[in-house]
Design a protein around this ligand. Structure first.
Ligand SMILES: Nc1ncnc2c1ncn2[C@@H]1O[C@H](COP(=O)(O)OP(=O)(O)OP(=O)(O)O)[C@@H](O)[C@H]1O
Ligand SMILES: [Mg+2]
Length: 339
């Protein structure tokens, strides 16, 4: 059976780095592991050492490691292809409103990532699929994206515009929407009405497929293990809190909350030897205070949300190769067994 590990959390906390590091560690522990990264920094991609495309590629030197990258545009084409007739798919992906909706719909990248991940899980070709999540998803949004997507294509707005049952094209808009769009056509001088009508109709035909797929993805999400990555800064911590508030509906409790870029606890109370340079003494005092603040934030979080807390130390140099990535996992404290 393929196990899924979703690595989520606020923007910039280290999700992609942690996903890659766990993937190297898991593959070296003997599991056939696929990591699906989202927009990895160049340095990280070269540290991993695999040409990243939307198709999983095996690592040339790590026999159990595969990696793929989420390509949101390609994934959307896949989504359309899967849920619409071929002719409709072509029209949809060419339609400017489809392009706009898929790039501006807030849950769009998350949904594309979730669909892609679900496809890999269904393939049953790996023991473990590690799913990095897009920055915009801010933790919980990755899990709520399928439902939001089903709402988008089957929701009230679309039904309001296209009628309760799938209507013929010429009955498309109700009396309120039509004059407004006519006016837009006159003002903008384009056949917007026709293009929007086409888009909405085509989108509407995908509803059954999307709704069914959304339910399958949600099942995968509920059974996946989750790691919430954060730092002890207020903004990422707020995302972690949002995750816990929305949890019961969409996912199982996380295996752990990982505080990344943690300063060593041994720095708490560090003091410069008597007679040291005054700048050095001041510096040590500041880092001791910061280390104390971080530990307090972790403890408070763990107690309030009754969750396991792990830490990954702050590295003075970002990992530049796979050994350094694996070492990052070894230096982690409090990580529960994940495979
Ligand atoms: N433990 C660490 N110590 C020092 N630097 C780290 C650590 N973990 C990650 N970083 C650095 O933090 C930066 C952000 O990391 P990363 O891209 O993995 O975050 P992310 O959560 O995926 O970001 P985004 O939300 O933009 O996708 C990178 O420069 C990375 O090298
Ligand atoms: Mg990232």
């Amino acid at each position: 059976m393929t196990r899924a590990l979703v690595v989520t959390g606020g923007g910039g906390v280290g999700k992609t780095t942690v996903s890659a590091a766990l993937a190297v560690a898991a593959s070296r522990a003997g599991l056939r592991t696929l990591v699906v990264t989202v927009d990895p920094a160049k340095r990280l991609a070269s540290a991993l050492g695999i040409a990243l495309t939307s198709e999983p590629s095996p690592h040339p030197e790590e026999p159990q490691l595969w990696a793929a990258m989420l390509d949101a545009t390609a994934s959307w084409r896949e989504v359309a292809r899967r849920h619409a007739d071929p002719e409709v798919t072509e029209r949809l992906v060419d339609n400017e409103f489809f392009v706009a909706a898929t790039s501006h719909f807030p849950a769009s990248q998350s949904y594309a990532a979730a669909e892609q991940a679900a496809t890999y899980l269904d393939a049953r070709a790996w023991d473990l699929v590690i799913v990095d999540t897009p920055p915009a998803s801010g933790g919980i949004d990755f899990f709520t994206a399928p439902a939001q997507m089903a709402d988008l294509v089957g929701g009230r707005l679309l039904r309001w515009l296209t009628g309760a049952r799938l209507p013929g094209r010429r009955f498309l808009f109700n009396r309120t929407a039509k004059p407004m769009l006519r006016l837009a056509d006159q003002v903008m001088g384009a056949n917007l009405l026709e293009r929007i009508a086409e888009f909405l109709m085509d989108l509407r035909t995908t509803y059954d497929g999307v709704a069914k797929r959304a339910r399958q993805i949600e099942r995968h999400m509920r059974t996946a293990s989750t790691l919430v990555v954060t730092t002890s800064e207020p903004a990422p911590l707020r995302e972690a809190v949002r995750f816990f508030r929305a949890l019961p509906e969409v996912a199982s409790p996380p295996a752990a909350v990982v505080f990344n870029r943690a300063l060593p606890e041994t720095w708490i109370g560090a003091q410069a030897p008597p007679g040291s340079d005054v700048n050095l003494a001041e510096n040590l005092e500041r880092w001791a205070a910061e280390s104390f603040r971080q530990r307090t934030a972790r403890r408070e979080f763990g107690e309030r949300y009754e969750t396991s807390i792990a830490t990954i130390p702050w590295q003075s140099h970002p990992p530049t190769d796979r050994d350094a990535l694996a070492a990052m996992v070894e230096s982690a404290q409090g990580l529960p067994p994940l495979w």
